[in-house]
Design a protein around this ligand. Structure first.
Ligand SMILES: O=C(O)CCC(=O)C(=O)O
Ligand SMILES: [Fe+2]
Length: 278
């Protein structure tokens, strides 16, 4: 998939723009050129969002797709003949990742002493999103001073995210016990990173927190002429079926340790956060 991703992003901008991400973040499909998406952490007010965007642009480009038969969020592909084989490879990878997701969700349920299919039964469609990401090469200085950002601190808003990263590094995760302290998540060949998302945090009543993460300059950056190399990553966002209502699971709350979250509609929460990103 990384080699398809490189081939996709090597196309001319005009070719990539033949599969443009719509103006609204709530139809999260297709190609986003650098600067279009800006993640935020629970900012929803229009003027706050504008201020956040004005601080620094995220210098990344991305391509998003989901399952082919999703009517609420249809895929946006390149026209036939531009990069033949790309669509098939992306869909094939999408379904492979879904198998891995189910294995992880079963393991989580076992860990919570719940029936093995407890989480899997809310992840059937699946309402997931495969994202290809490229962070172009940028001056180390600009990244260190936050003049440009690769991706700002945020939590993912699904259940879990399965994340594949190349060897460049730069991913960091906030220590939940020391807010503001970020630790590197160095690439380990042959491994995947699994991020807990906001729904897993709610389901588990904070037993598993959704991690705030970001991408900065790699700590051991191989810098050539002051430039940090480009970076590729592939997050696969696993979300509950949009019709799900997420409520803390039995066993994670009691009379002395009450539920910290009200039940919430998966679709409503996801749409609210997507809308704030574009
Ligand atoms: O590129 C990465 O490693 C992280 C990407 C990410 O956090 C996201 O797209 O939500
Ligand atoms: Fe993320």
């Amino acid at each position: 998939m990384f080699s398809w991703s490189k081939r996709f992003f090597s196309l001319h901008l005009e070719a990539k723009m033949l599969a443009p991400h719509p103006a609204s973040g709530t139809h999260h499909r297709g190609y986003s050129p650098p600067g279009l998406e800006k993640v935020s952490q629970h900012l929803y007010d229009t003027s706050e969002l504008a201020k956040n965007r004005a601080k620094a642009q995220d210098v990344k480009e991305s391509f998003e797709c989901g399952r082919e038969e999703d009517e609420a969020m249809p895929n946006i592909w390149l026209p036939d003949g531009v990069l033949p084989g790309f669509k098939e490879a992306a869909l094939d990878f999408f379904w492979k990742c879904f198998e891995l997701e189910k294995t992880i969700l079963r393991a989580l349920a076992v860990g919570f002493d719940l029936p093995e299919d407890y989480f899997v039964k809310f992840h059937t469609k699946p309402d997931n999103q495969l994202r290809l990401l490229r962070y172009p090469s940028v001056p180390l200085h600009a990244l260190e001073t936050n003049e440009v950002t690769r991706i700002d601190g945020h939590s993912d808003f699904g259940s879990i995210t399965i994340l594949f990263q190349d060897e460049v590094g730069g991913l960091e995760v906030e220590d939940p016990h020391h807010p503001g302290t970020f630790n590197p998540v160095p690439p380990i060949p042959g491994s995947v990173v699994v991020n807990a998302g906001d729904f897993l945090m709610r389901w588990s009543n904070d037993t598993i927190r959704s991690t705030i993460h970001r991408v900065r300059a790699p700590r051991n950056a191989v810098v050539t002429d002051g430039m940090v190399p480009e970076r590729y990553s592939i997050p696969y966002f696993c979300g509950p079926d949009f019709s799900t209502v997420v409520d803390p699971t039995p066993g994670t709350w009691s009379a002395d340790h009450p539920k910290r979250y009200e039940p919430i509609s998966a679709a409503a929460y996801i749409m609210k956060r997507l809308a704030a990103s574009y």
